[in-house]
Design a binder for this molecule. Sequence first.
Ligand SMILES: O=C(O)[C@H](O)COP(=O)(O)O
Length: 185
Amino acid sequence: MKRLFMIRHCHAEGQHKDSPLTKQGIKQSKRLSNFIEQSSFFIDRIITSPYLRARESIKPYAENNNLLIQIDHRLQERLLSEAPIDDWMDVLEKSFSDRDFRLPGGESSNDALSRSIQVVNELMQDESSENAAIVTHGNLLAILLGEFQEDFGYEHWKTITNPDVYMIEKSNAGFTVKRLWDNSI
Ligand SMILES: O=C(O)[C@H](O)COP(=O)(O)O
């Protein structure tokens, strides 16, 4: 694999694993498909979070291009806490500055990274794919991007949109991270 597209899902009804896309999100998923098709890169392999909003976001592109959507539980959203929390933004901020910080029943940033980076590493080894995509969630996306761009943290997380598309490109000098999505699309 030469390039990895990291995609956050389109606008959804909620946070439950079975929350569908909104009407706006369904339109966005079609725009996302056109956007990828009009780019100079043909995405030839797709792995998504099992959550419905992630699968639905890439469905138009996958159908138009006869691609299978592979589902991988390691791409599901990071579980911040087992119990509901009111101050989740503060907790999230702390989890970016202390990557081992973990609430009861939840995952630290490093916990979420260690499961999700396995998918990325497996794709990196896949020589049958030139341009692969993962479709995931805001928090997990920010954690993964931090592996390729050191300063990518809480402030960057706040700027991630629904949908969003980042491209990681391999070169002799290492990896470059580029945001491709344009909100005006
Ligand atoms: O951190 C986030 O962005 C929230 O967990 C929202 O997740 P989402 O990308 O599935 O909406």
